[in-house]
Design a protein around this ligand. Structure first.
Ligand SMILES: [Zn+2]
Length: 265
């Protein structure tokens, strides 16, 4: 079955309307720390947020967390919460970052398995079945040993929806017009008569779940990058790399390979 590509109109509501705080941070295996003097408030927009979900899901090391704070901001601090701080720096537990990354990775995996499994893919069904202990709270006693495919898919779907809903942390949704100054930098900007849903995400973590809810609800096609292996949202059927960085790296490697006489210093 051909996969529909992302409906581009549906991702125009990606922008957040709340200011976030970002800046040069330090991070180790215990803390991710942003000093007040290094922090800067800014309004995130679609351009800024393009790969946030996948950057966060893929995050494993403290230095990636520091880079994330520089690009997007602290994971759990809204600008209001940051401004209400009493100390000269604000820190978050690195373990909370890892937990979030892990939860997002799992949710993305479940989503992909579900999409394959509902078309009858027996390997995907097998993977979902292997994860059924995580659905234990849904079983009636004794059901676990004898769970039929349809029930398994129903439980896994419900479970995924609830995990994402929890991650959204009750973020309010607004309807905005393209004329709204908050749509600056958006594809909707100044489009007469154009409207979009907008999620008022206080924190980057909320936004990651908001974006994930789109991926799921719009059946977006995900692919693993042919270079670095990270999952990414496909917007063009020919797209094989997660970012221009990966595409350029591969292009450069091919260029070098084609020039056998060139010696690298
Ligand atoms: Zn890549």
């Amino acid at each position: 079955m051909a996969e529909p590509l992302t409906d581009r109109r549906s991702v125009k509501w990606a922008a957040a309307r709340r200011a976030w705080v970002r800046g040069a941070a330090r991070a180790d295996t215990e803390w991710v720390t942003l000093a007040v003097t290094d922090a800067q408030e800014y309004m995130p927009n679609e351009g800024t947020l393009h790969t946030l979900l996948f950057d966060l899901a893929h995050l494993r090391r403290p230095k990636e967390a520091a880079a994330f704070v520089g690009r997007y901001g602290l994971l759990l601090h809204s600008a209001a919460r940051f401004n209400a701080r009493k100390d000269s720096e604000v820190r978050e537990r690195f373990s909370d970052w890892l937990d979030t990354a892990h939860a997002l990775t799992l949710a993305l995996r479940t989503y992909r398995l579900l999409r394959q499994a509902v078309t009858g893919d027996s390997e995907a069904l097998g993977h979902l079945r292997a994860e059924r202990p995580s659905l234990a709270m849904r079983y009636t006693p004794g059901e676990e040993d004898d769970l039929d495919d349809a029930t398994l898919l129903r439980y896994a779907s419900q479970d995924l929806a609830e995990r994402v809903t929890l991650g959204l942390e009750l973020a309010p949704i607004s309807l905005v017009s393209g004329a709204d100054p908050h749509m600056k930098g958006s594809a909707l900007r100044d489009a007469p008569g154009a409207f979009a849903f907008l999620c008022e995400c206080w924190t980057p973590r909320q936004y990651a779940y908001w974006r994930l809810s789109h991926v799921i609800a719009h059946h977006e096609t995900l692919r693993d990058c042919a270079d670095c292996g990270r999952p990414f949202g496909v917007t063009d059927a020919r797209q094989r790399y997660c970012s221009t960085t990966c595409a350029n790296r591969v292009r450069h490697q091919r260029w070098v390979a084609k020039r056998p006489n060139t010696t690298t210093p």
